[in-house]
Ligand binder design. Structure first.
Ligand code: SAM
Length: 442
């Protein structure tokens, strides 16, 4: 077997299913990295694919193999627009829109719209199973882990594989009892899948350098207590634990129990669990007393809620003289894609905000971060827009896929040729902009 790092995710999934005695299943997912390779390499395993609030789509995979496809998404803003575009490009795909719903990757869609998503998914799968007896599952219920994929089996009936739902705090939980009355549900998780794999890959790219610079500007000293709000899979707190070698108290807080469980498992695997405290908590109402930490930091979290309320909380839990350090994605600065493209295509690829992702209504993903720091009465504010360089690895593949999804087919051809030439020369990289600020509590 290839090493853990290079063993493709689709092979891990197939290996897990074989271990469970499953040859074919319905799949429901959100992130293209989880299902793209499977659809390309093992189409025979996929009876149907349901994408719930998809975080991007691997259109090439779907065009080449056209699985029976259902897309469920909100009807508002950018996610709705992208889903309509995807389904419009794929004849035969079905789109169900949830009314009055904004569905960025952090939407807790199953908790928010349990009956709507439940009936859309079950009606779709039932239509596909109609006429051919869905194979009754003979699996015993239980849990396990294989090749960095955890599984939990529940119920009986045709197998339905539930892949992680991006940043949704409840994941599939609110629907599990209903689904497992009709299907043998196999819920997959672990570090090889979903948002955990995504965040871990990002933390191995130039993103970490931007975080390092932020921490340097925050002048974290030995003996000081540091809080990372919105720690996700814990990639940054684990890095801090290694970097500080036990000299600091390190606390990670997140609203998402699924990610906190995965963060705890990764910390155990790396042997740093004793150096990190993980706590469930909402950035807008943190479960810590006033003046508790020397440094409070948050990296790409303020996009996902009420940024001013978060900032007020960061200031509250930081002691006077302590520092607040925040970085956010940037939708007001263009990316740099190091390819000699036609000017029109280049500006389309790099366009302001195009790759910056979703932002909640009260969220912050722009230069308003600096004004917000002053309004939060922080002093000695350092304003540090930075670029994260990505020249290879999974993060680059993810960004490339997102770029291609928005291009017409002739533009995509031009893009691919330019990437191939630059890859051959070794000059291809992408730079992603972030706004970063560090301020001192008076
Ligand atoms: C994009 S991830 C970033 C994770 C980590 N900071 C990193 O850079 O790898 C955003 C994280 O913020 C968390 N988050 C979003 N809103 C939150 C809130 N109101 N309170 C606490 N955590 C929140 C999400 O659950 C998620 O783990």
């Amino acid at each position: 077997m290839a090493t853990q790092a290079t063993y493709p995710v689709e092979e891990r999934i197939v290996q897990t299913l074989r271990h469970l005695g499953i040859e074919q299943a319905h799949f429901a997912a959100s992130m293209p990295r989880d299902w793209g390779g499977l659809v390309i390499t093992h189409p025979e395993v996929v009876s149907s694919l349901t994408l719930v609030c998809p975080m991007g789509v691997n259109l090439d995979a779907l065009r080449a193999n056209t699985p029976r496809l259902l897309v469920v998404t909100g009807d508002q803003g950018r996610p709705a627009q992208e889903a309509r575009q995807i389904v419009g490009d794929l004849p035969g795909a079905t789109l169900i829109t949830l009314r009055n719903y904004f569905s960025p990757p952090w939407a807790d869609v199953i908790a928010d719209r349990t009956p709507d998503v439940g009936s859309a998914l079950m009606d779709f799968v039932a239509r596909i199973d109609q006429g051919r007896m869905g194979r009754a599952g003979v699996l015993s219920e239980g849990e396990g882990e294989l090749a960095d994929i955890s599984y939990s089996v529940r119920g009986s009936g045709p197998p339905l594989v539930l892949l992680p739902l991006a940043l949704a705090p409840s994941q599939w939980q609110p629907l599990l009892a209903t689904l497992s009355r009709r299907y043998c549900t196999i819920t997959l998780g672990g570090p090889a899948l979903g948002m955990v794999a995504h965040l871990e890959a990002r933390a191995q790219s130039g993103y970490l350098r931007v975080v390092q610079q932020l921490i340097e500007e925050a002048r974290l000293r030995p003996g000081e207590a540091v809080l990372e709000v919105g720690c996700g899979s814990g990639a940054l707190v684990r890095w801090l634990a290694r970097h500080t070698g036990g000299a600091n108290r390190i606390v990670g807080a997140d609203i998402n129990r699924y990610l906190l469980r995965e963060a705890a498992a990764l910390a155990r695997k790396e042997g740093v669990e004793g150096a990190i405290e993980l706590r469930e908590g909402n950035a807008e109402a943190l479960p810590f007393p006033d003046n508790h930490f020397d440094v409070t930091m948050a990296c790409t979290v303020a996009e996902e809620g009420d940024a001013d309320r978060m900032l007020a909380e960061f200031v509250r839990v930081t002691r006077p003289g302590g520092r607040v350090a925040v970085m956010v994605r940037s939708i007001d600065m263009p990316w740099w894609v190091n390819l000699p493209l036609r000017a029109e295509l280049k500006s389309k690829v790099e366009g302001r905000g195009r790759l910056g992702g979703n932002v909640q209504e009260q969220g912050c993903a722009d230069a308003s971060l600096y004004r917000r720091f002053y309004q939060a009465v922080l002093t000695q504010v350092k304003m540090l827009p930075q670029l994260a360089i990505c020249a290879g690895g999974e993060r680059l593949e993810y960004v490339k896929e997102r770029i291609v999804t928005g291009l017409k087919s002739e533009e995509a051809g031009e893009w691919r040729e330019a990437v191939a030439r630059a890859d051959a020369e070794g000059t291809f990289f992408i730079a992603e902009p972030f706004h970063c600020a560090v301020g001192t509590k008076p």
